[in-house]
Design a binder for this molecule. Structure first.
Ligand code: VG1
Ligand code: CO
Length: 546
């Protein structure tokens, strides 16, 4: 075994987005592409020094190219002088499990190989992301530094050692670095056991409660099988599509009404189970359904906040709650009633890290089917499902009753997100530039019969370290506090995606059953006019509505 130095030249565009660097698999398959990014990461983390004595956690969501990338990174970590790498068996670790392992094992950080909810397979997407020693996604100043380093790189180093067998638990050494192939589930399960009343959930299932958990052929399957069927005694077959596949069965592992249509059909059927749930490619997102009832992610965060003290891990109360800016204000209303703080951050989990570390927030959530807490530093799909199961078990209320209780007390934040996918990047940028140019004059105007109170481009100052993030989304707020938010996705790999977020508060209980798209229709018209969506995108309708 010896170390090799390989000459390389920079690739354009290795700038991580909302959650890591995501590109087509074919881009990552180019010689040196992955290596350049990892070398840049190691250079930024360690400068010229070896990473002696440090432990790195490594794993991914099992998508196509995962195994190849794991072997390459092991050889590069050995060349960089890491003391130890903890790698998930089969190269597998869900995103929240990676966060749990980093924190419980005192690692210096971890690398997650995932493009999350993006499709996989040879023609699909791949991704890489670094999480720091707190278990959370690298903050923007770190991802920016990595990007800058990718632009000046001339070489990388790796060991020429043979591949490590990943499928059996055990320890190996490479260039003096220890490699431990670990069970991907055990640390994660230990964290969940500390938070939830497993006894109460076990009794719920023993009494005949029926759950359908759709793992979408992704990495959440092994975790849900082990915990829900294994430990909590749900009948075999509760977790479906549970085996991680390299191409997610050709499906889009994104738990929302568009891509989890099979799960929705089961929950809308006459013999529907009591509860439905799904997680995404890397198992950090969750979707929750009751019998014949779909829970909006923003409402889910608000329900968990309202009832948190009924769950052992949060029995002493919440320090605060945090939500991404486009997420509905349902959680704000609950927080106000509880007398706790509610923080509004830009989109992406990396912005919650400081609030969690500083003890300012306990629960966090995003409208994009993400919820989590200070137990790790990532959103956590199965955690949310266990939280809901715990609440159903101890309150005796159904999923639907819990949500209706929220609406009865605080009104309903009617909510929807419209995505316009595959827009040529120049057109999407032109649309946003045109919107931004209108901002100073929008306040006080009436457009499509609606009175605009104010409009701005969301900027965030982190209350802990003072870092500022500009241009995080255009907000147009009406006089009745309804909102339209516009931003471009930072996770796509083809063209641009425009996301239009719509929210309207409905205090009148007799109108809580008006379908969201109907209740929001006037605002959709406003959004289309203001942003000239059809003019810029050529699309008369969104590609996906959630
Ligand atoms: C999307 C979501 C955002 C989420 C991010 C990563 O980002 O909107 O809320 O944090 O995906 O989730 P964007 O920039 O495409 O809107 V995951 O589960 O893909 O890591
Ligand atoms: Co994800």
């Amino acid at each position: 075994m010896s170390l090799k130095t390989v000459a390389t030249t920079p690739f354009a565009g290795q700038l991580p987005g909302t959650s890591g660097l995501r590109k087509k698999v074919t881009v990552f398959q180019q010689p040196h592409y992955l290596e350049n990014f990892v070398q840049a990461l190691f250079d930024v983390l360690h400068g010229d020094a070896p990473a002696a004595g440090q432990t790195l956690v490594l794993g991914g969501d099992g998508r196509f190219h995962n195994r190849v990338a794991v072997q390459t990174i092991l050889k590069m970590a050995a060349a960089r002088g890491y003391g130890k790498v903890l790698v998930g068996q089969g190269g597998i670790l869900s995103t929240p499990a990676t966060s749990a392992v980093i924190r419980r094992r005192g690692a210096s950080g971890g690398i997650i190989l995932s493009a999350s909810h993006n499709p996989g397979g040879p023609d699909g997407d791949f991704g890489i992301k670094y999480n720091a020693t707190n278990g959370g996604p690298a903050p923007e100043k770190l991802t920016q530094a990595i990007y800058e380093r990718t632009q000046t790189l001339t070489q990388y180093r790796l060991s020429d050692a043979p591949d490590i067998p990943l499928d059996t638990l055990g320890t190996h050494t490479m260039e003096g670095m220890a490699i431990e192939v670990i069970d991907p589930v055990s640390d994660y399960a230990a964290v969940q056991r500390e938070l939830f009343d497993f006894g109460a959930i076990r009794r719920l299932f023993a009494d005949g409660f029926r759950l359908r958990y759709d793992a979408m052929w992704a990495v959440g399957g092994p975790y849900a099988k082990a915990i829900i069927e294994g430990e909590l005694g749900a009948p075999a077959g509760t977790v479906v599509n549970a085996e991680p596949k390299e191409d997610f069965g050709g499906l889009h592992p994104d738990p929302n009404p568009a891509y989890a249509d099979d799960l929705i059909a089961h929950l809308m059927a006459p013999d529907a189970p009591d509860m439905g749930a799904a997680s995404d490619g890397d198992a950090d997102r969750n979707m929750i359904l009751g019998r014949g009832f779909i829970v909006s992610p923003s409402d889910s965060l608000a329900v968990l906040t309202a009832h948190a003290t009924k769950v052992p891990g949060y029995a002493s109360g919440l320090a605060g709650v945090a939500r991404s800016m486009p997420t509905s204000t349902a959680a704000d209303r609950v927080a106000k009633a509880l007398g706790i703080a509610c923080y509004e951050t830009p989109t992406g989990w990396k912005f919650f890290g400081n609030l969690l570390d500083a003890g300012k927030a306990t629960l966090c959530g995003e409208e994009s089917y993400g919820t989590g807490s200070n137990h790790v530093r990532e959103k956590d799909g199965l955690w949310a499902v266990l939280f809901w199961l715990n609440l159903v078990a101890v309150t005796g209320q159904s999923v639907e009753q819990l949500v209706r209780g929220l609406w009865a007390e605080h009104g309903r934040c009617v909510y929807s997100r419209h995505d316009y996918d595959g827009i040529p990047t120049e057109n999407a940028n032109a649309l946003m530039a045109e919107l931004r140019a209108q901002l100073p004059a929008l306040g006080g105007q009436t457009v499509e019969g609606q009175h605009i109170a104010w409009a701005d481009d969301f900027a965030y100052t982190d209350p802990v370290d003072g870092s500022v993030s500009q241009k995080q989304g255009v907000r147009v707020v009406l006089e009745d506090s309804s909102r339209v938010v516009f931003r471009l996705s930072g996770t796509g790999t083809e063209g641009a995606t425009l996301r239009v977020y719509l929210e309207r508060h409905e205090p009148d209980a007799s109108r809580h059953d008006v379908p969201a798209q109907d209740a929001l229709a006037p605002m959709v018209t406003l959004a289309r006019t203001l942003a000239r969506i059809e003019h810029h995108t050529g699309m008369a309708q969104p590609s996906v509505m959630t």
